[in-house]
Design a binder for this molecule. Structure first.
Ligand SMILES: [Fe+2]
Length: 207
């Protein structure tokens, strides 16, 4: 569970270095909370950096041949910004909150340090009927992280509903963009032969 004891300035600086797109957020308080949320998620896991997390959509599913989880988070964030900027340039009635979009994209997979943590995986795989496998998927755990550092509900919503969970509700405009960017990332990587063939699961599209 969440443990803020390992959150240090060094870890915060590492998160900022791993996710330079944080600088695109105009509201400094929002940017600080995004960094705080990632630092808390990492400090509560076995991982010391986002780059240490397996570069997959779900554990063992859609795994990049090369690169890291930062490439996924940054790629989704860059695509989300491009989608919003390009479309609103053409369609001025499209009112995207760019700060919330960037924060939501950067935080959409913030529950992965929990779901991908090797210690948690061992526990869940050893006794799947005890707490579940996984006990809590990264979208739900991501909500826990986001709200714990005081991020707005709009950002927590992107963590909550970027993936299959979002089929049970109405996605916000910003989360709709994040959702499409997220699925596009894996679809494009697959088409570009960037995924390990054994990790490609036709029907396992939940990420
Ligand atoms: Fe993702």
């Amino acid at each position: 569970m969440l443990d803020p004891r390992g959150v240090t300035d060094e870890l915060r600086a590492r998160v900022r270095a791993e996710l330079p797109e944080v600088e695109e957020i105009r509201n400094p308080e929002l940017a600080t909370k995004v960094v705080e949320a990632w630092a808390l998620a990492l400090a509560s896991s076995s991982f010391g950096a986002i780059a240490e997390i397996e570069p997959s959509g779900n554990p063992g599913v859609n795994t990049l041949k090369r690169g890291s989880q930062t490439d996924h988070v940054r790629g989704v964030t860059r695509m989300a910004m491009a989608l919003a900027d390009q479309l609103s340039g053409l369609l001025p009635d499209l009112k995207v909150d760019r700060d919330l979009l960037i924060a939501g994209a950067l935080c959409h997979d913030i529950g992965k340090p929990w779901e991908f943590d090797p210690e948690n995986r061992r526990r869940w795989e050893g006794k799947p009927r005890r707490a579940g496998l996984p006990s809590i998927r990264h979208p739900a755990f991501g909500v826990h992280v986001c709200l714990s550092v005081g991020l707005p509900e709009e950002v927590a919503h992107c963590a909550a509903a970027h993936s299959g969970e979002g089929e049970l509700l109405v996605r916000s405009l910003e989360n709709t963009i994040v959702h499409h960017a997220d699925y596009a990332f894996w679809g494009i990587c697959r088409a570009g032969d960037l995924l390990k063939p054994e990790s490609i699961a036709e029907l396992k599209v939940r990420h």
